[in-house]
Design a protein around this ligand. Structure first.
Ligand code: SF4
Length: 226
């Protein structure tokens, strides 16, 4: 597999926000490869299929074990598999999950929502963090809405909202496609009017929660490996 970066930080978003986690960022994003990245994309550097180092599953596992075991001891840290778009390399993701789940790690997978989640994927012992792309991302035509019905109570759906139109879109999708997953509304960093967003959540999206990207609040927009 092509690994863009592996780093240890604090989960910044959604239900796991604040929890120390080891991130495995796989290279490649279908939106970037097709030259239409989300307008707020902060990982363009990982978007090409070859943007990283070729590693075997064993090398990834050993890297994480030897780098972080002195910190964690017998505790197994949360593993977040992200990208780019990790499901471009579905087999690699399945192999990573099997190795890390057997070793006792909780696992979260972030996906951009443009891939159909097969039964095989939804049966994996992981928490899914699925984006529904809003109009201002430029990629709302790529959403696979059937995925929402397949998610469970430990999964999450994230809407990055830059403006009122995005919030209205999120409301429409939430009403149209019921899901058991936790729903998060996330501002687009440095763009969204936060007062407007919070008022919208209070009045029209009380079934959702605000997710701020805490890593950006403390390390800034451009920081990598945090
Ligand atoms: S899906 Fe993620 S990696 Fe791909 S362009 Fe959008 S924000 Fe960037």
């Amino acid at each position: 597999m092509i690994v863009n970066e592996i780093f240890y930080s604090i989960s910044g978003e959604g239900g796991s926000a604040g929890r120390p986690a080891v991130f495995i960022r796989l290279a490649g994003c279908n939106f970037i490869e097709e030259k239409h990245p989300c307008y707020y994309c902060d990982t363009v550097y990982a978007g090409r299929n070859n943007a990283g180092k070729k590693m075997t599953i064993e090398e990834v596992f050993r890297t994480i074990k030897t780098s972080w075991e002195p910190v964690f001891g017998i505790y197994r840290p949360l593993i977040i598999i992200t990208g780019g778009e990790p499901l471009l390399n579905e087999k690699d993701v399945i192999n990573l999950v099997s190795v890390f789940s057997v070793a006792g790690h909780d696992i979260e997978i972030e996906t951009n929502g443009s891939y159909q989640l097969s039964n095989m994927l939804t049966s994996l012992p992981v928490n899914w963090s699925l984006d529904i792309k809003t109009p201002s991302s430029g990629n709302s035509n790529m959403n696979v809405y059937e995925n929402l019905d397949k998610l469970g109570i430990n999964d999450q759906v994230k809407f990055v909202c830059g403006n009122i139109k995005d919030l209205e879109f999120a409301e429409d999708i939430i009403l149209k496609y019921p899901t058991s997953a936790n729903l998060f509304i996330q501002p687009s960093y440095g763009v969204t009017d936060m007062v407007e967003l919070i008022n919208f959540i209070k009045m029209r999206l009380p079934m959702t929660r605000l997710s701020t990207q805490i890593h950006k609040l403390y390390f800034g927009k451009e920081a990598r490996g945090v």
